[in-house]
Design a binder for this molecule. Structure first.
Ligand code: ADP
Ligand code: MG
Length: 312
């Protein structure tokens, strides 16, 4: 059993001790309230939010978009955040990626208390630790697609200058859009911009991937390919937090948090989904016609891409 799956199972037992858990259909475990705190001997959280609040100043006074978020995400977890529009999902992403300051509470990511970083340190730290797929892509309009993908590598100096273009092309190829590398963002479709944004998020091979509606503009086959890619990245040890409004997509993720009115109101752990993730990674899976290659046995370490293999 992989480490992250053991942790998931451990947390269930831990929560079973103090909350009434009911096993629902297809092996789902519904947790009435959110689960917090690590058990003795558990790995340190990759992402930890304690009492995080966020108020936006409006003409009518402060608007509390986050009302006290306690959350721990462990290395190698794949977490989906769902919730209606306006529930605070993007705000949550902005505060734990350090894009925006929380009004209160503490955010610790990869053992770094992010409020201690100044803006310059923050940008470099974020570039190395996190790949972020923004809801509205935020590709730079004056750079070509491949230049956009190379940008994080240039900013953080993670790969040798001579390797960057090749790596960017490899990532774009994984997204089945290598032939559009020289185009500007405005001249490709929303779906292609989204795929370019995913390629850019993976540029520095960061341990954490954060994605705000990453499949929102993709047709179902391409979305499925992206989901499989995420699955193989998780099996490779990356930690992924994905905001989605797609219930079907969320149902395939081992841990689902529901946000409403700036609070986590529900958490569902799905060991069966977790197992499915692991199985999916081990099994040779045929391509779904998306052109997205599936990494069958990607155990490359940091600094390498999951090996791309065509499946017989
Ligand atoms: P979601 O991503 O779940 O749709 P958001 O995090 O974008 O939700 O927004 C949460 C709430 O905060 C919404 O009611 C939104 O209108 C409000 N909000 C977001 N950004 C701002 C802002 N800059 N100023 C005022 N209110 C904001
Ligand atoms: Mg949003």
């Amino acid at each position: 059993m992989p480490e992250w799956l053991r942790r998931l199972a451990g947390r269930e037992q831990q929560s079973a001790g103090r909350q009434s858990l009911s096993s629902g259909a297809n092996g789902r475990v519904r947790v009435g309230a959110r689960v917090s705190g690590s058990a003795p001997g558990m790995t340190e959280a990759m992402i930890s939010l304690q009492g995080v609040t966020k108020a936006y100043e409006t003409d009518a006074g402060p608007f509390w978009a986050l009302k006290g978020i306690d959350l721990e995400i462990y290395p190698g977890e794949f977490v989906a955040v769902v919730g209606k529009s306006g529930s605070g999902k993007s705000t949550l992403i902005n505060v734990f990626t350090g894009i925006d300051h929380p009004t209160g509470g503490e955010v610790v990511v990869a053992q770094t208390r992010i409020r201690q970083l100044d803006e310059g340190q923050m940008a470099e730290w974020r570039g190395r630790q996190m790949g972020i797929v923004f809801q509205f892509f935020q590709l730079l309009p004056t750079l070509t697609i491949v230049e956009n993908v190379m940008l994080p590598m240039d900013l953080c100096d993670v790969y040798e200058p001579g390797q960057r273009q090749e790596r960017a092309m490899h990532l774009l190829d994984q997204m089945d859009m290598a032939e559009l590398a020289g185009m500007f963002p405005a001249s490709v479709s929303g779906g292609h911009q989204q795929r370019a944004a995913i390629a850019r998020a993976l540029a520095n091979d960061p341990p954490i991937l954060v994605a705000d509606e990453p499949t929102g503009n993709l047709d179902s086959r391409t979305a499925d390919g992206v989901f499989q890619l995420f699955g193989s990245l998780v099996a490779d040890g990356k930690t992924i937090l994905m905001v989605t409004h797609d219930d079907e997509m969320a149902a395939r993720v081992p841990r689902i948090l529901t946000l409403a009115d700036g609070m986590i109101v529900n958490e569902v752990l799905q060991p069966s989904a977790a197992v499915a993730q692991e199985m999916m990674h081990k099994m040779p899976v045929s391509e779904y016609g998306t052109g997205l290659p599936f990494a069958v046995d990607g155990h490359g370490g940091r600094g390498t891409l999951p090996p791309v293999q065509s499946v017989p």
